[in-house]
Design a protein around this ligand. Structure first.
Ligand code: FES
Ligand SMILES: [Fe+2]
Length: 367
């Protein structure tokens, strides 16, 4: 099966697209479900970065670039010492801030006390580990505000995570496209009803935009919202049939996480506004019956996306119901533009500071 890979020729001509293809920085992204980070350090790739994660004795998760400062062995192959990780190759110990604490193979090594490994700010929320992927101009993380379905008491949720062999932009396109519900998922447990045709409209919200069918709501996949609150999330709801127990619609909050140019991870929290015994009933039903049905739907999405034509996004004929997707693409491109401009300004300032007489004097002492 050919995966919808990105077009390298187009990338050379369009550096903004090349940046977008690797993944937008300056957001929080979930990188692993909480259960995946236990005692042993784990190594993973997100936004093209190789990262090691481990959990200390207090339960706090630390994240560093997965590269030993000595000779570049993977720190994720090493040992969890609690506050630090020890390289398997020659034992260097690096703490969560990226500072070398100990170089056991030599005495008084100048590396000791040096902060020379990149570290990532970490937050654990809604059953997932979020890292801040700031570039040099945005090292300070933005506040991470998650939709109420993930943090509010009235809601209950299950986190479902999947690896898709396609660029993350296809995953965003897919969620920003409610019309596919009535076709791709037409035989599913939840999306068999409603019109096969719709006029769609976009409206702004406080945190992003809402894309919805005109004249049909609470029948099928009829609306989707995109929000930007320190992370880039999408939200939608599909009505549950009566037999799926008490409580409100079946909600989804999704975040598409770039792995590399041809792979992504999708985090879908499946949510329902239920409390008390009704919550217990939904959680029981979900585990025993609904989860399998929901997975079958998600697999249909994965199957279509992973088998799209090569460079599908470069050869399209879009029409009216694609307008939400187009708006989001434009918005992400704007973000890319802003990021690239901010980084250029930051680097120019740094270069200027380095070239100024004071800095030059401090930098070159001719003893
Ligand atoms: S490569 Fe890690 S201690 Fe040598
Ligand atoms: Fe879908």
């Amino acid at each position: 099966m050919t995966s919808p890979t990105t077009n390298t020729t187009a990338q050379a001509a369009d550096p903004l697209q090349a940046y977008l293809d690797r993944g937008l920085r300056n957001y929080w992204y979930p990188v692993a479900p909480s259960w995946q980070v236990a005692n042993a350090p784990i190594g993973l790739t997100r936004l093209g970065d190789q990262i090691v994660l481990w959990r200390d004795k207090e339960g706090l998760v630390h994240a560093l670039e997965d590269r030993c400062p000595h000779r570049g062995a993977r720190l994720s192959l090493g040992w969890n010492l609690g506050g630090s990780v020890a390289c398997w190759y020659h034992g260097i110990e690096v703490d969560g801030s990226g500072t070398v604490q100990r170089v056991p193979a030599v005495s008084a090594c100048p590396l000791e006390g040096t902060k020379c490994v990149k570290s990532y700010p970490v937050q654990e929320k809604a059953g997932a580990i979020f890292l801040w992927f700031g570039d040099d101009a945005h090292k300070e993380p933005a506040p991470l505000v998650l939709p109420e379905e993930l943090v509010g008491d009235e809601y209950s949720n299950f986190l479902c995570m999947s690896h898709w062999k396609c660029n993350y932009q296809y995953a965003i396109d897919n969620v920003m496209d409610p019309m596919h519900g009535a076709y791709l998922h037409a035989t599913s447990h939840s999306m068999a009803e409603g019109d096969k045709q719709a006029d769609m409209r976009v409206r702004k919200t406080d945190t992003g935009l809402m894309f919805e069918k005109v004249g049909q709501r609470d029948v099928n996949f009829d609306w989707v919202e995109l929000g930007e609150t320190g992370t880039l999330w999408m939200r939608l709801a599909i009505p549950y049939r009566k037999k799926f127990g008490p409580g409100g619609s079946f909600g989804i909050v999704g975040i598409a996480v770039p792995v590399d140019e041809d792979n992504c991870q999708v985090y879908f929290w499946r949510t329902r506004k239920v409390s008390g015994w009704q919550r217990d009933a939904w959680r029981f039903l979900y585990r025993n019956r609904l989860e399998g049905l929901h997975w079958a739907v998600l697999e249909q999405d994965r199957y279509v996306l992973e088998s799209m034509a090569p460079n599908a996004r470069n050869h399209e004929f879009l029409y009216q119901h694609d307008v939400g997707m187009t708006r989001v693409r434009r918005m992400l491109r704007q973000r890319a533009q802003q990021d690239v401009a901010a980084l250029e300004a930051f680097n120019a300032e740094k270069a200027q500071a380095a070239a100024s007489p004071d800095a030059a004097h401090a930098g070159h002492s001719h003893a």
